[in-house]
Design a protein around this ligand. Structure first.
Ligand code: NAD
Length: 277
């Protein structure tokens, strides 16, 4: 994929550490020749900023990668981050939104007991934030003759997955948002898609009870019998950012070893040959 994104300028939102899906995407886009800027979530101890600065030195001279604090709950932060990154990169062609948050207790309690505030919080940070960033990205992408916006989702938007509680309706709203934004922004040549990833061990995923089981299940029962890697997700993100996906918009693309097509766990049963043995 060398050179597939040459000339493209991308803003990556959501790197927390080296396990982050956003970091897998950043590495793949960098290999494909894109110029990158990053936002990070500011927190009092500055841990995320330190992590991201360290990671950037793996890509090259950290000064070549604008890095801006941005909390997606703040419209001022968002305006500021897009202005600085577009100035530094000379425009914007691609946006990666890999951000989600729900209180740990709202992920783990029964669905009917999710608190009102916890539900709102998950919705605001994990779903509404795509609207908030797309609104600011769109005029910049229009100036560039079009662009590609992508977000990260999970199949709990469509199917009930134990342990996903408050995040499930947020992902359903996010996927609906992808379709509505695609329809609205398509005439301006801006494409909007979601990548629905299989379970990956990340900081956020550690709050989901059962992630280990989900990964084991993917290994044994998914059509491809393997867990997805950051590289697998990153490569699909490169496709979505590139002109190869010129006519792809409004979609949720599954990078999940095929798990989402299973109607039951029957694939995990021994084959007749194995039975005979
Ligand atoms: N890990 C998985 O199994 C999996 C599977 C499918 C989809 N996803 C999705 O991928 C995306 C990235 O998550 P991840 O698994 O890489 O975990 P992660 O913890 O590495 O990334 C989540 C990011 O969201 C950021 N964030 C949270 N609240 C924020 C706020 N208010 N403002 C700005 N940033 C904020 C965090 O700082 C972090 O960088 C999420 O949307 C997640 O739901 C993850």
């Amino acid at each position: 994929m060398n050179g597939l994104l040459k000339g493209k300028r991308a803003l990556i939102m959501g790197v927390a550490d080296k396990h982050s899906i956003a970091w897998g995407i950043a590495q793949a886009m960098h290999r494909a020749g894109a110029r990158l800027a990053f936002t990070f979530q500011h927190e009092p101890k500055g841990r995320i900023e330190r992590n991201v600065r360290k990671l950037l030195s793996e890509l090259g001279n950290p000064e070549d990668f604008p890095l801006i604090a941005c909390d997606v709950a703040s419209d001022d932060d968002i305006e500021n981050a897009f202005r600085i990154s577009a100035e530094a990169l000379g425009g914007l062609d691609t946006l990666v939104h890999a951000i989600a948050y729900a209180n740990r207790e709202d992920l783990n309690r029964p669905f009917s007991e999710i608190s009102r505030d916890g539900y709102k919080m998950a919705m605001e940070i994990s779903a509404y934030s795509l609207n908030a960033v797309a609104r600011v990205a769109a005029p910049l992408m229009e100036q560039a003759g079009g662009g590609s916006i992508m977000t990260l989702t999970y199949n709990a938007a469509e199917k009930a997955v134990p342990g996903y509680s408050a995040m499930a309706p947020a992902k359903a709203a996010l996927e609906a948002g992808v379709r509505y934004l695609a329809v609205e922004l398509g005439p301006r040549k801006i494409r909007v898609n979601a990548i629905s990833a299989g379970p990956v061990r990340t900081l956020s995923a550690s709050a989901v009870k059962g992630i280990t089981l989900l990964r084991r299940w993917t290994e044994t029962a998914s059509p491809l019998r393997a867990n997805v890697t950051l590289e697998d997700i990153g490569n699909t993100a490169v496709f979505l950012a590139s002109d190869m996906s010129r006519m792809v918009t409004g979609n949720t693309i599954f990078v999940d070893s095929g798990t989402s097509v299973l109607g039951s766990q029957v694939a995990a049963l021994p084959t007749p040959d194995a039975d005979a043995g």
